[in-house]
Write a protein that binds this ligand. Structure first.
Ligand SMILES: Nc1nc2c(c(=O)[nH]1)N[C@H]1C(S)=C(S)[C@@H](COP(=O)(O)O)O[C@H]1N2
Ligand SMILES: [Mo]
Length: 431
């Protein structure tokens, strides 16, 4: 049972393991309103004790809800400094200055859940089935994957399609990600391409369909939180992984343990967590969050607030060119000379330049830019900036990719708030 560094069982673990009991322990019904959960005896001392008061609308509280009053500390067990945007499902981003490492530590990889992660995961008994339009459908344990295919370790960038949503005006509904729904950890696993070559895709297979073991928030049997897919051509590339380790250790529970897909550079939703099945299909997959307006953007620019017909949306695939300033921290104090640094990426492409401006875009300074450590990894950059005098400055970062596409200052609004790759701005008080 997961415990924190003080030996306490995490609140989330407690709720995951026995929601009814946890509910009884944490919540106290207002007298006379509901008898649900009221019981006498040893547990009573704790009941309501943590909140210290009754909850008038106790009867309406969904089973398994982790009280927001504690959520910040307890839900993010094993994570360090993440900002919780939602606790049901758990969504948490990493402040930019905590993404300063070249390789994102597990504790600082963001979390984007659409449903509830599976409970009591048995990594040894876990299986992945590959079926649908294949010659030889097969089921693999994690050990089978390790034994039958080449195991590779690569740094791969995952960015949520909604990263940057918070900067849309008018606001787009959904988690209000600022800049931190992105990470580049080192993933260890086998290539999906190798596994598919073994099972033999049939000639009419054109698309994958991914399934995971998380459950829908409604708790409805068989209802999936998210099931997406990608064109076969994408997964036949070398850097799409079925990963079982992260940064040399196990996957974090919230990042898909014990098995997940990593489809670098494409909207994070393609990287199915808690992976149980990959099915090959003869058409574009139509699982939950694959149809309608989910992870889709209008084919043409639309005015803010416009209603766009469903058929005018296209599926989000690769993520656009983007950069992040990870040092110095936004709104911090700085000296007259500062090494500004960060990362830059562009899905399926490389970044060819990162430029910085300290004068609101009038002039630009070229940063030193590293090659990616391997295809699919973000690129690190740095530049020592000299500020002419004391005062308030903004550092703007602008990446340009291998096709000459540059980050914009602001992007055209879209209804679900995807793909916001506008420049990252960091405010500095120079002494
Ligand atoms: N099974 C499953 N896989 C999933 C999701 C999910 O809700 N369920 N969320 C997806 C989305 S939208 C993103 S951005 C990435 C985030 O990966 P992370 O939580 O490890 O950062 O996981 C993807 N894989
Ligand atoms: Mo996402």
């Amino acid at each position: 049972m997961p415990e924190d560094s003080h030996g306490n069982k995490g609140l989330y673990a407690w709720f995951a393991e026995n929601p009814d009991e946890a509910h009884r322990q944490f919540f106290k019904p207002a007298p006379g309103l509901s008898r649900r959960g009221f019981f006498a005896g040893a547990g009573l001392a704790a009941a309501g004790g943590l909140l210290g008061m009754t909850i008038p609308f106790y009867a309406n509280m969904p089973r398994g809800l982790v009280p927001a009053a504690f959520a910040d500390e307890d839900v993010l067990v094993g994570k360090d400094g993440l900002t919780l945007l939602n606790d049901r499902p758990i969504n948490a981003e990493t402040p930019a200055h905590l993404l300063d490492d070249a390789i994102t530590p597990t504790a600082r990889h963001f979390i984007r859940n659409n449903g509830l992660p599976p409970e009591d995961v048995d990594a040894d008994g876990w299986t992945l089935t590959v079926d649908g339009l294949v010659e030889n459908p097969a089921t693999f344990t994690v050990a089978d994957l390790q034994a039958q295919f080449e195991v590779v370790t690569t740094a791969l960038t995952i960015e949520c399609g909604g990263n940057g949503r918070a900067f849309f005006d008018p606001p787009a509904k959904g988690n209000q990600w600022t800049v931190g729904a992105v990470g580049c950890s080192e993933w260890t696993g086998v290539r999906l391409a190798d596994v598919l070559k073994k099972v033999g895709p049939k000639a009419d297979a054109v698309y994958t369909a991914h399934y995971g073991a998380d459950t829908h928030l409604s708790g409805k049997e068989g209802k999936l939180a998210l099931s997406r897919g990608v064109p076969i051509a994408k997964v036949m590339t070398d850097n799409v992984l079925i990963a079982f380790a992260m940064n040399g250790g196990p996957l974090h529970r919230q990042n898909g343990a014990p098995l997940r897909l990593v489809v670098p550079g494409w909207t994070g939703s393609c990287s199915q967590k808690w992976l149980t099945r990959i099915r090959l299909r003869d058409r574009v997959h139509d699982g939950p969050k694959m149809t309608g307006k989910s992870y889709r953007v209008p084919r043409y620019p639309v005015a803010p607030g416009d209603e766009v017909p469903k058929e005018d949306f296209e599926i989000v695939e690769r993520m656009p060119v983007k950069s992040l300033v990870t040092f110095p921290k936004n709104a911090s104090a700085a000296g007259r000379e500062v090494e500004v640094r960060g990362h830059a990426w562009s899905g399926d492409r490389t970044v060819s330049a990162v430029d910085l401006s300290i004068d609101f875009g009038a002039t630009w300074l070229a940063a030193a830019l590293d090659e990616p450590v391997n295809p699919g990894a973000w690129q690190n950059w740095r530049h020592t900036v000299s500020f002419p005098e004391a005062g308030y400055y903004e550092v703007w970062a602008r990446a340009t990719d291998s096709r000459g596409v540059m980050q914009p200052f602001a992007i055209s609004w879209n209804p679900k708030g995807y793909l916001n790759n506008s420049m990252h701005r960091v405010a500095l008080r120079v002494a």
